[in-house]
Design a protein around this ligand. Sequence first.
Ligand code: UD1
Length: 355
Amino acid sequence: MKVLSVVGARPQFVKLAPIAEAFAATEHTHVIVHTGQHYDAEMSDIFFADLAIPAPDVHLGVGSGSHGVQTGAMLAALDGVLDEHSPDWVLVYGDTNSTLAGAVSAVKMHLPVAHLEAGLRSFNRAMPEEHNRVLTDHAADLALAPTRTAVEHLTREGLADRTVLVGDVMTDVLRRVSAAGTGAPVTGLPGGLDPDAPYLIATLHRAENTDDPARLAAILDALAGLDTPVVLLAHPRLRARAREYDLELARGAIHPTNPLPYPATLAAMTRATGVVTDSGGLQKESFLLGVPTTTVRTETEWPETLEGGWNVLCPEPADLARCLSRPGPTAERAEPYGDGHAAAKVLAALEGAAR
Ligand code: UD1
């Protein structure tokens, strides 16, 4: 069996790691195509190095642009690649423009598509990620769902016959990396911060938070006014918009720094007092690590994290201090994200459904 993975953005490299590892233990051929959506070394190369992912076989070098320009450039470039490799499956990951481009390109070329992380829904039609995931699920021949909630969504949309519950591959990689790094010192905190003193980890990159100047200013004001130091791992989109709107990131409690490598992010989160984020991945990772999280959004694709108060939705910047000062959760955490062997189930599903 030949499987061609299309990836392009940071969270997809994390999901690719356990899949590439699982393929390496088989006779199957795994071709990795990097669209180039994320191109800064700290958003891309470092993940391949740290997570021991083989270098991409093909790099499209597409880069940034509006949704249409970025997705269109990927589509144009993928035709020739899919034609040359003619895989048994095109495997796409998550909810990015790279995912949509991989799926559309494959269906147009009559190649079977499998969507990893299928069935997630925010039900927020304004989110580019929601467009990408709904369109990709409905284009896919095989919907690889991470959770029971995702299976329910796919069933309600008439896709039950092509859905398989595999669990979440991010659990696989988190368990592997955190087990290897237990007790590892926290590195990469901005100068002057004591990793043994309380601190919060924050990330912001969703368009709904970064692309509205008044909202971004209100969120930054709220973070700056907190009593606990905030380590803000600044995504390139956040830096670009802050510059554009003339907003200073480094002020009050905020200590901005560049995105950290994956193992360092997990280590920094493990020791943090809490996490403030709009990232899907971080909400789940902090849940798995047992760190209370406050999500600056009106909804989440990972509602399981809300159980027992481990994660709280706090869309209003003015409420952030109150959300963060809530009592620490004490409820036992269930295991809604699988047993850490999702990648093996993905391979089994692909083998079982291969035509
Ligand atoms: C993308 C995904 C999102 C995912 C996120 C993870 C889409 C629509 N969104 O959002 O689902 O959660 O990745 O990070 O696909 N930039 C750089 N260097 C880089 C990458 C980006 O400077 O290496 C800058 C560019 O100015 C670019 C902006 O960041 O315009 C946004 O990048 P883009 O790929 O459009 O989307 P993300 O916000 O990263």
